[in-house]
Design a protein around this ligand. Structure first.
Ligand code: PLP
Length: 398
């Protein structure tokens, strides 16, 4: 009998965390590695949020919190959904968790039985399909590419639906592509879901505030399907609060109560101090987010221009988030100085780490092997240097 369960053996290690770990190991050996592998803003949490946490400590918010979150935080989230997104949710429909990652996992464990199908457009965030595997569901992928700006159409969605489809999950703005669905595109997907009343929609909106084109649009705005939409969002990206572990869902009452029950038997409520700080983050508005967005916008232009100067690399201009997902398949089949063949995007990403000393992530982990993901949440100088190194390393392949 094997020591570890079939469930854990079926899981892959997170590719983004793995590349970050490899980059750190190389740095520890004294190599100057530039990390473009990690999905986190390179900014500090705003002072007013940090001060709220200090105050929470002084006021002894140090005990177990209610499992779905403090009522004031759930209310602040409901208020945010109304004022920023024009969506009506009661505080009882909000469940706060240890990051959007736990919220996603909670929802999947709440809805998915063995063999239920979950439709996921590729490329997708690395953990989606692994979470489905953990719930013993089956991921059904809809492939997209650079030409379609990494977005699916209603026709593709319709074709992927079977009687076993239980859930559709996607992120907009998207990690890893930065693609953003506009209102019309979401409306056309919503029309398909109207015809299939048993399908739920998991809408990951964690990059909501890093959107360079339009105002953020949520698929929950379509009343005909709203009851079946579960919004996932959180504080990690908008408020540079990745380490605080604070995310949430907004869902119908049955799903919210089920998430509460699941969390009550697994993690309990998330960190009391982070929650108090979250209330202040939402109540005091988006000024710090707008500053951060300005920097991302500038870096997006910078990286776009530099990527376009690299022979063999193709890219689009992402509409949101802080990633590029360039096409790099022209390097497959080429050899490094030791004669090793680059077979896939993971090989290329490892090659860029070992030879160029830049950490990226192979697109195969996001479900599209012809690409790699670069995060541009790094200083302008690091980005310029990283792109120079990538260009030089790629030029050495033949
Ligand atoms: N969803 C997407 C698309 C992400 O990129 C991430 C983090 O990288 C998460 C969810 C998880 O965010 P959190 O830090 O709130 O767990």
């Amino acid at each position: 009998m094997s020591t570890l369960s079939k469930r854990i053996n079926s899981l892959s290690e997170s590719a983004t965390l793995k590349m970050t770990k490899l980059g750190r190991e190389l740095s520890a050996k004294g190599v100057n590695v530039i990390s473009l592998s990690v999905g986190e803003p390179d900014f500090n949490t705003p002072d007013h949020v940090k001060n709220a946490a200090k105050k929470a400590l002084d006021e002894n918010y140090t005990r177990y919190s209610p499992v779905p979150g403090y009522p004031e935080l759930r209310q602040a989230i409901a208020n945010k959904l109304k004022t920023e997104n024009n969506l009506d949710y009661d505080a009882s429909q909000i469940v706060v968790s240890t990051g959007a990652k736990q919220s996603l996992s909670n929802v999947i464990l709440t809805l998915i039985d063995p063999d239920d199908e979950v439709i996921i457009p590729t490329p997708y965030w690395v953990s989606y399909s692994e979470m489905v595997t953990l719930a013993e569901g089956k991921s059904v992928f809809i492939n997209t590419d650079l030409e379609s700006n990494f977005k699916i159409t209603a026709t593709q969605l319709e074709a992927a639906i079977t009687p076993k489809t239980k859930l559709f999950m996607f992120s907009s703005p998207c990690n890893p592509t930065g693609s953003v669905y506009n209102r019309e595109e979401l409306a056309s997907l919503a029309k398909v879901f109207e015809k299939h009343p048993n399908i739920f929609i998991l809408s990951d909106e964690i990059y909501e505030h890093i959107n360079f084109v339009d105002k953020h649009e949520s698929i929950a705005q379509f009343e005909s399907i709203k009851d079946r939409v579960i919004i996932v969002n959180g504080f990690s990206k908008a408020f540079a609060m990745t380490g605080w572990r604070l995310g949430y869902i907004a869902a119908n009452k049955e799903i919210a109560a089920a998430n509460d029950k699941l969390q009550g038997q697994t993690t309990s409520g998330t960190c009391s101090i982070a929650q108090r700080a979250g209330i202040v983050a939402y109540e005091q508005g988006l000024e710090s987010v707008l500053e951060m967005k300005k920097a991302f916008l500038r870096r997006r232009e910078l990286v776009y221009n530099l990527l376009n100067e690299i022979p063999g690399v193709k890219t689009n201009l992402p509409d949101g988030a802080f990633y590029f997902f360039p096409e790099i398949s022209s390097f497959f089949g080429k050899k490094d100085a030791d004669g090793n063949v680059i077979k896939d995007s993971s090989d290329l990403s490892l090659y860029l780490l070992n030879v160029g000393h830049v950490a990226t992530v192979g697109g195969d982990s996001f479900g599209n092997n012809n690409y790699i993901r670069l995060s541009y949440a790094a200083s302008d100088e690091s980005l310029v240097e990283a792109l120079k190194r990538i260009k030089e390393a790629l030029a050495k392949l033949n």
